[in-house]
Design a protein around this ligand. Structure first.
Ligand SMILES: [Zn+2]
Length: 164
């Protein structure tokens, strides 16, 4: 039996890979890292659409009532900023840059801030109803800050993956 990847060296029993190939494998974005990768990709696709929808709602309201609220302006700025932070974090992440943990920390923290802005703030300011969507939004943002943010700083694998 030779290594299942390079077919040259003696493999380790557990992985079927030799030491060299095991190291290459550990440097890849795989396993648990598929989850933040998927999160970034979904955010990259979803946020522009969200911005488009929100702007349309604001414009419709403007045509009807003749005003744009400060809340709406803040919300649009927040979505644009969130988009920029997400693009930056994704660039760091997928190019496996060393700055990835800090970029991801910004992405998760800002995700929580905007989740609060879109759920808790309207509920307190205008007494808006708190629905299941809001709870889902808040929960996934909280998971980002409570689980994923520390993971990017604590996990030993991170230093092997994000090396550039
Ligand atoms: Zn090998």
């Amino acid at each position: 039996m030779k290594c299942i990847s390079c077919n040259e060296q003696e493999p380790n029993k557990a992985s079927g890979l030799c030491n060299d190939c095991e190291q290459v494998e550990q440097g890849k974005i795989n396993g648990l890292l598929y989850l933040p990768a998927a999160g970034l990709i979904i955010a990259l696709m979803y946020t522009p659409w969200e911005l488009w929808e929100f702007c349309q709602a604001v414009l419709n309201y403007f045509h009807m009532a003749g005003i744009i609220s400060w809340y709406a302006i803040g919300a649009i700025l927040l979505i644009v900023l969130y988009m920029a932070i997400t693009v930056f974090a994704a660039l760091q992440f997928f190019r496996r840059r060393k700055k990835t943990p800090r970029a991801m920390a910004g992405y998760y923290l800002f995700g929580l801030i905007s989740a609060l802005y879109f759920t808790v703030l309207p509920a307190t300011l205008f007494g808006a109803a708190f629905d299941q969507n809001d709870i889902r939004t808040l929960l996934s943002a909280a998971v980002g800050v409570v689980l994923w943010l520390p993971y990017f700083f604590i996990s030993k694998r991170i230093n092997r993956v994000f090396v550039f």
